[in-house]
Design a protein. Structure first.
Length: 549
């Protein structure tokens, strides 16, 4: 086994300073009982980290990404058998020529001034060495890290995990996964006792900021085997789903269910296949989810007129039922049908289409000035405002009243329910398809199952009641208190709600389940869950398919 001797690790945490001499363990802001005190002591004794020069170590201070890169580069350099300083990095011109076709990973090369400034910095040597070695190993190196900013746990341990592969650190903890990561390089740090997670389940919390104390702990555990951790994690609590890695995450230009538009020009499907973008010109604004389809809007490539747009819908299998240009706009109803609109001058013609894109009926023309249109035609009825009473009801496919005008406000039906607002009290309730109230008028605010394709009851509404209580309520009236820490009000999709919680320092995403309303595993982001219990999640720079059982 190879171990890194303390003398060789003396510059693992190289700082932009002319010297890296240990200042001793007597820092004014590190007390004997602090959890990080023994790690700081090792780093001070072995010259792994220095303080701020004023007698302080600043244990809660942030580590920036430059420092994280140099730490990883030093560990990898020593693991490769090198000694002394890192090999000097090339000039800007040499590096640009070396990167070649990989230049897209290094946006800073577009600015010669910024690049030259960075190349003159203390971290350039470590940066270029790490890039060269990761490329040789067939791994991807995130060029975005060249801009100095506070590193999060993923930045640091992703780089350290790659570098530590060359150390052959013996495993002492048995685990296959922890909440928040499936990256083997990071899991190896858990197995070696370098990393233990942020709770009893071993949660990785990749988006959480990294402190100097945490960095000192990891580096000291690498240098001193006796400091490495042995632990047994609590039983993994997040059962009921599986994760399948699909591809590296390169960003998205819109929704992530039922398909995932990627910035590199493909559409990712839930089974891992990719299909081309729809046959139109440049995709313009207007990319969103419509029922159980993805709605695309783009310029007509033949005319290249920005006012001449084409639209189409793509289902989750990558099929386009109606070719671009057949209709001026399209929407999905969420119950297996589509609505198409054609403009003839200033007159709109509305068509009810089946899933194959074939017109089954032409809907009556829009009349009146109340903003009535057939976009809300779901489950064979559409909310409509009567022009004489100024009340809302629901019209059927023939244009007759399916439910007489009754409410001050009425929303389209989704999954068998519609939100309505009582004219007399101003409170919201929930209507069933039979026209009877399922939930009485008792809510000052309510969010329905927004665009929940194929969702079957029971579902949940995010509500605020007359007493100011915020919660979720099921159609049978079952109440669940809402976590006050949620930054956004989640709406349930097919029994699951994608939530974002925390703040800028400890943000993470998770799902609320249909029964226990518990937090699921922590992810970088969560997508909508489809009617088959599948969707996309992001974790550790990867797109994964999540499948709820």
């Amino acid at each position: 086994m190879k171990y890194v001797a303390a003398v060789l690790l003396a510059a693992v945490l190289a700082l932009p300073s002319p010297a890296l001499a240990a200042e001793g363990a007597g820092f004014s802001d590190v007390e004997e009982g602090d959890w990080f005190a023994p790690y700081v002591e090792v780093c001070a004794e072995d010259g792994l980290m220095i303080g701020l020069g004023d007698g302080r170590f600043d244990p809660m201070g942030a580590v920036n990404t430059d420092e994280a890169v140099v730490m990883a580069a030093r560990v990898l350099w020593q693991a490769d058998g090198g000694s002394g300083p890192l090999p000097k990095g090339p000039s800007v011109e040499e590096f640009a020529a070396e990167v070649g076709e990989d230049i897209s990973n290094f946006p800073f090369l577009d600015s010669p001034e910024l690049t030259q400034e960075y190349a003159s910095s203390w971290s350039w040597d470590g940066y270029t060495y790490l890039f060269r070695r990761t490329r040789e190993a067939g791994a991807a190196f995130d060029g975005g890290l060249i801009y100095p900013y506070s590193a999060d746990r993923y930045d640091f341990f992703h780089l350290l995990g790659f570098a530590a592969q060359g150390l052959e650190l013996p495993g002492r903890n048995r685990l296959d996964a922890v909440p928040g990561t499936r990256e083997e390089g990071i899991l190896d740090l858990y197995r070696a006792g370098i990393l233990a997670g942020t709770d009893g389940y071993g949660a990785f919390d990749g988006q959480k900021g990294l402190t100097r104390a945490e960095a000192a702990a990891a580096l000291a555990r690498i240098a001193r085997p006796e400091l490495r951790l042995s632990f047994t994690l609590l039983p993994f609590p997040y059962e009921g789903y599986t994760l399948t890695p699909l591809r590296a995450y390169t960003g998205s230009d819109g929704v992530n269910y039922p398909v995932f538009p990627l910035v590199d020009g493909d559409i990712l499907l839930l089974d891992g296949r990719t299909v081309p973008w729809p046959p139109m010109g440049s995709i313009s604004s207007g990319l969103f989810r419509s029922g159980d389809y993805c709605h695309f809007q783009g310029f007509d490539r033949d005319t290249e007129d920005p006012w001449d747009t084409l639209v189409c819908l793509m289902d989750r299998e990558g099929n386009i039922p109606v070719p671009p240009g057949v209709y001026d706009d399209l929407r999905a109803t969420g119950d297996g049908h589509l609505i198409g609109i054609k403009w003839e001058g200033n007159t709109a013609r509305w068509f009810h289409l089946n899933a194959a894109g074939e017109a089954e009926a032409e809907l009556p023309g829009t009349v009146g000035t109340g903003g009535n249109n057939w976009w809300g035609f779901n489950q064979w009825v559409c909310p409509w405002r009567d022009e004489e009473q100024f009340l809302w009801g629901y019209k059927n496919q023939e244009g007759g009243w399916a439910v007489e005008p009754t409410w001050a406000e009425a929303w389209p039906f989704q999954n068998g329910y519609a939100v309505v607002r009582d004219y007399a009290t101003g409170l919201y309730g929930v209507l069933g398809l039979d026209g009877e109230l399922v939930l009485p008028y008792q809510y000052t605010d309510i969010e329905p199952f927004w665009n929940s394709p194929g969702c079957e009851a029971p579902g949940y509404f995010a509500v605020t009641d007359r007493d100011g209580r915020a919660g979720w309520v099921a159609p049978d009236g079952t109440w669940y208190d809402r976590d006050s820490g949620l930054n956004e009000d989640p709406a349930y999709q097919n029994g699951y709600a994608a939530c974002w919680d925390g703040g800028y320092d400890e943000a993470y995403s998770y799902y609320l389940g249909p029964d226990t309303l518990r937090a699921s595993e922590r992810f970088d982001w969560c997508g909508d869950i489809g009617p088959d219990g599948a969707g996309f999640v992001g974790m550790d720079g990867m797109i994964w398919r999540i499948q709820f059982e």
